[in-house]
Design a protein around this ligand. Structure first.
Ligand SMILES: [Fe+2]
Ligand SMILES: [Fe+2]
Length: 315
């Protein structure tokens, strides 16, 4: 029998066969990853060790391998590890993707057409990050600075949409299409004054209506552009529709809402509720799951489960 079953150890001391009870670090209660599991593979081990959001791990020695006394985490700060580079790199990449998207959105005012090649290249960068460092990308995009909210949200939604699309077995072309749609879905927000968009207090009816105009405003920007795929236009106009007909702007319901739009609404709402915004605190992953399951009449249920599975698969 072990005197202490729960031990906090440095992530570098993790071994295959250890039973993970919880994580310590920025990760904490907002992790989209399952907890309480046995580490069974080298890749799982490498993943945990290199995850920048985790600083230490609570293991349960009654359910798995124990740690040597010397490996128990001390209060001294852990030495810098290459893993932190991944996060830094990821933050830099998100920053540059976000900037590229901002430039692109700004350019719209002058040119009135979307540089689709540019959107594709941003989507390709996001896809690349999502494949290599999904946890760092999802973690880093939880916090959105005031002036970058729309861009960082667009990048996060793009990443989540591509991840879910790949999880659903979509072709590479369709996965990328979902990424492009994610980047452009809120493009109409560029037509809404910042003081309304970023207001921290309660919105008046009038302000709410202005914000609710963004799908239509976005669609106006894209609709006559022959290079923008119809699916992207559909997602831009309808990503606030709900299956039960209570959404906007058209109050569509059921089969009127395409599969791609359904996919987008799930990723959009998930990112919105789990993010820090200037005007609200974020919810934990668990809160978001609970809320979305309760709102089941709004979402495609099968797709919702696939989405949660796709996040669990990251761990
Ligand atoms: Fe939106
Ligand atoms: Fe959105």
């Amino acid at each position: 029998m072990h005197a202490t079953m729960l031990k906090k150890i440095d992530k570098s001391a993790l071994k295959i066969g250890m039973f993970v009870e919880d994580f310590v670090g920025q990760w904490d209660s907002n992790s989209p990853v399952r907890r309480r599991f046995m580490i069974t593979s080298p890749s799982e081990l490498a993943h945990l060790r290199s995850s920048p959001a985790i600083t230490a791990v609570i293991i349960n020695s009654a359910r798995g391998e124990d740690a040597m006394a010397s490996e128990t985490a001390s209060s001294s700060p852990a030495p810098a590890e290459p893993a932190s580079l991944d996060k830094r790199e990821c933050l830099i990449k998100i920053g540059s993707s976000s900037k590229a998207l901002a430039t692109l959105f700004e350019g719209l005012a002058a040119e009135r057409s979307v540089d689709l090649a540019k959107v594709n290249s941003i989507a390709s960068d996001v896809q690349d990050m999502m494949e290599k460092e999904p946890l760092a990308l999802i973690g880093a995009t939880r916090i959105k600075s005031k002036d970058q909210v729309t861009f960082q949200h667009s990048i996060a939604v793009s990443a989540l949409m591509m991840h879910l699309a790949a999880h659903l077995g979509y072709s590479n072309g369709k996965v990328r299409l979902m990424g492009v749609a994610g980047l452009l879905h809120d493009i109409g927000k560029t037509r809404i004054p910042d003081e309304v968009l970023n207001k921290s207090g309660k919105l008046s009816q009038e302000e709410l209506q202005i914000i609710r105009d963004h799908p239509k405003l976005g669609y106006e920007i894209l609709k006559d552009d022959p290079h923008v795929p119809d699916v992207v236009k559909d997602i831009c106009l309808h990503h606030h529709e709900k299956l039960d007909g209570t959404g906007y702007p058209d109050g569509l319901s059921g089969s009127e809402i395409s599969e791609y739009v359904r996919l987008s609404t799930i990723c959009d709402v998930y990112d919105a509720v789990t993010s820090h915004r200037p005007y609200k605190k974020r919810w934990t992953h668990r809160d978001a799951v609970e809320f979305m399951l309760l709102e089941k009449s709004a979402f495609d249920r099968n797709m919702l489960h696939a989405f949660f599975d796709s996040l669990e698969a990251l761990g």
